[in-house]
Design a protein around this ligand. Structure first.
Ligand SMILES: N[C@@H](CCC(=O)N[C@@H](CS)C(=O)NCC(=O)O)C(=O)O
Length: 204
């Protein structure tokens, strides 16, 4: 399998962490989707990473689809419960974490995308997305409470998605001091960083 991605993308990191936790082999192909020369469109018509290219060149995209597939490939460290409320709960955690990243990217692009002129940037839009980022982080803290992991006592995709979102927020918005405001998230993040899957994929 080949994974097309970047070392900055939190969605790509989610897939890389899952690959590592599941002990799956893959080739990592770096792609700058923001460059005019990008060829990502050959694999993903949406022009986004991550994109997983399988044997026979079939492509799979969207991190949620990819991680769900990867979890079926090996019984090692099951990350998504197979059915029922537990499964829906983990998928909801993932949706929350992805939602924080989606809003953060919209905020960042509105504020910094070089192909948008200064007069085209909307502070109201930035404020709207910022509120989603902050609200999402607050919801993560509330949902985690005093538990060792987001969905109970074992690592799951919930923690991986939350860890990738928090790591990316610190990377792109260092002014957001979520550790200070939510010490339980700080403890979870520190615990995740002790795992090679997280330590080896820090955003850069
Ligand atoms: N929902 C997608 C989001 C992927 C995404 O937005 N990736 C960004 C990189 S962080 C991207 O490729 N953006 C390029 C663009 O929007 O043109 C997923 O989970 O894979």
């Amino acid at each position: 399998m080949k994974l097309i991605g970047s070392t900055a993308s939190p969605y790509v990191r989610k897939v890389r962490v899952v690959m590592a936790e599941k002990r799956l082999d893959y080739q990592f192909i770096l792609e700058d989707v923001w460059s005019d020369e990008t060829t990502i469109g050959h694999s993903n018509p949406l022009g986004k990473v991550p994109c997983l290219v399988m044997e026979g060149s079939e492509a799979m995209f969207d991190s949620r689809v990819i991680v769900e597939y990867l979890d079926t490939l090996s019984p090692v460290g099951k990350l998504i419960p197979s059915q029922g409320r537990e499964r829906a709960e983990v998928k909801t955690w993932e949706a929350l974490a992805d939602g924080v990243m989606d809003a953060g990217i919209l905020w960042r692009m509105e504020a910094t995308w070089p192909k948008r002129a200064d007069g085209e940037r909307s502070q109201a839009w930035i404020d709207r997305q910022r509120a989603k980022v902050l609200g999402g982080i607050g919801a993560m803290s509330k949902g985690l409470g005093d538990k060792p992991f987001c969905s109970g006592i074992h690592l799951s995709l919930s923690d991986i998605a939350v860890g990738c979102a928090l790591g990316w927020v610190s990377f792109r918005f260092p002014q957001i001091d979520w550790r200070e405001e939510y010490p339980n998230l700080g403890r979870l993040h520190d615990k995740l960083l002790q795992r090679p899957s997280f330590a080896d994929t820090q955003p850069s």
